[in-house]
Design a protein around this ligand. Structure first.
Ligand code: FSX
Length: 355
C-alpha cells in the first residue's frame, strides 16, 4: 500500500466492496456502543483514513496482553495489521530482531514524527534509574520517554501499563509505575485488564485511527464503551444475586446450578469491564461463566486488595440481608430494582410526572 493511498482505496484495489466496508463500519460502531447513525460515519472515516503508524513497546509484563490481542475476533489482528495500521515495531510480532529492530523503531519515529500512535504494555521500572528492565542497552524508562516524545497519542494496554499491575504489587521491588506516571503531556487511553479483552484493544485502536480522536473516557481514562458498566451490571448470574441465592462453595448445589458467586469472593460488583458481554475467545465464555468469581483485574491495585476468595468488604451491604428483608415482605430486590428503574425512566420521559 502506497503511503498516499487511503484505506478505502486500498480495500477497493483488493476487491473489497463499499458494501463490505459499510458492514464493517456497522460492526465497529456496535462494538463501541455508538448510535446506529454513526455506522456510516465510521465507514466513511475509515475509508478516508490512511494506515496509521503504530509503535508497540513491551515493558514489565507477561506477554498476556499480546497473546490476548492475537485472539481478537473483531477487528481481527489481521484486519488491524493488514488494513488499518502499519505495525512498525512490536518485539513479539515482528520478524526482525536486534539492531534491525531498533533501527525500525527509530525510522518509524523519524518518518512519522508527531503522527504515530504509541501502544505500551507492561509497567515501567523506575527504581535505581529503571535498571531492572532494559532492552538493547536502554532502560524501559528511557525508551518510553524517547518514543513518547513524537507520538500523537498513547494507549496503555493491560493493567500493568494502565495502573502498574502485578509488577507494582507490594513490595514493588522494581519501583514499577504506570505509563501515565511518566508521560503527562500526551493524550492517553488506558485499556485495563490482565489481560485486556482483545476486542477492547482492537476496537479502541480502530476508533482512534478512524476518527483521529480519543473515545469518551471514564475517570481512569478507560473507554466508556467497554468500561461503562460493572461486570455485575451485566452478569448472567445477576438474577440469583437479586434473589439472594448464593453458592457457598465451588462444589455445592448452588455452584452447580449457576448461583451468584458473591460469597465466594467475586469482585464483579466493583469491577468495570465488558467481560460479561463481549466475553473471550469470540464470545465463548468468561471467568464467571466457567464457575470462578471475578478477580477485579481491570481495577487499580487488584492484586493488593486482599484474598480473591474473601467476599467484598463487610461494610458493603450484603445482598442476602437486603434480600432477606425484602423476601419477608414478599418483594424480591430484583423486582423492586426493576420497578424503581421503570419509575425513574417514566419520570425522565414524562418530565417528573409520577406514575
Ligand atoms: Fe500485565 Fe500484559 Fe497482565 Fe500480562 O502485557 S496486564 S501481567 S496479562 O501481559 O501487562
Amino acid at each position: 500500500m502506497a503511503a498516499s493511498e487511503t484505506i478505502g482505496e486500498e480495500l477497493l484495489r483488493r476487491g473489497i466492496s463499499r458494501r463490505a466496508l459499510l458492514k464493517y463500519g456497522a460492526y465497529l460502531a456496535s462494538l463501541m456502543a455508538l448510535p446506529p447513525l454513526q455506522a456510516r460515519a465510521m465507514a466513511d472515516a475509515l475509508a478516508a483514513a490512511r494506515r496509521q503508524s503504530v509503535i508497540w513497546l513491551s515493558f514489565q509484563e507477561c506477554t498476556g496482553c499480546t497473546e490476548s490481542l492475537t485472539r481478537s475476533f473483531g477487528p481481527t489482528l489481521e484486519d488491524l495489521i493488514f488494513n488499518m495500521i502499519s505495525l512498525d515495531y512490536h518485539e513479539t510480532l515482528q520478524a526482525v530482531s536486534g539492531e534491525a529492530a531498533e533501527q525500525a523503531r527509530l525510522a518509524a519515529m523519524r518518518e512519522n514524527a508527531g503522527k504515530y500512535v504509541l501502544v505500551v504494555d507492561g509497567s515501567v521500572s523506575t527504581r535505581d534509574g529503571g535498571v531492572y528492565s532494559a532492552v538493547a542497552g536502554k532502560t524501559n524508562l528511557q525508551v518510553l520517554e524517547e518514543t513518547a516524545a513524537g507520538a500523537m497519542a498513547l494507549i496503555s494496554v493491560g493493567t500493568c501499563a494502565a495502573f502498574g499491575g502485578i509488577p507494582h504489587a507490594h513490595p514493588n521491588p522494581t519501583g514499577a509505575v504506570p505509563v501515565s506516571a511518566i508521560i503527562k503531556d500526551k493524550p492517553l487511553i488506558n485499556i485495563s485488564g490482565c489481560p485486556p479483552i482483545p476486542e477492547a484493544m482492537a476496537g479502541t485502536i480502530a476508533y482512534l485511527i478512524t476518527f483521529g480522536r480519543l473515545p469518551d473516557l471514564d475517570q481512569l481514562r478507560r473507554p466508556k464503551s467497554f468500561f461503562g458498566d460493572t461486570i455485575h451490571d451485566r452478569c448472567y448470574r445477576r438474577p440469583f444475586y437479586d434473589k439472594g441465592m448464593f453458592a457457598k462453595s465451588f462444589d455445592d448445589e448452588g455452584a452447580r446450578k449457576g448461583w451468584c458467586l458473591y460469597e465466594l469472593g467475586c469482585k464483579g460488583p466493583v469491577t468495570y469491564n465488558a467481560c460479561a458481554t463481549l466475553k473471550w475467545n469470540g464470545g465463548t465464555s468468561f471467568p464467571i461463566q466457567s464457575g470462578h468469581g471475578c478477580l477485579g483485574c481491570s481495577e487499580p491495585d487488584f492484586w493488593d486488595k486482599g484474598s480473591f476468595y474473601r467476599p467484598l468488604s463487610a461494610t458493603t451491604a450484603h445482598p442476602a440481608r437486603t434480600v432477606g428483608a425484602a423476601a419477608a415482605t414478599g418483594i424480591a430486590v430484583g423486582a423492586l430494582g426493576a420497578a424503581l428503574a421503570r419509575r425513574a425512566k417514566h419520570r425522565a420521559l414524562t418530565g417528573g410526572e409520577k406514575s
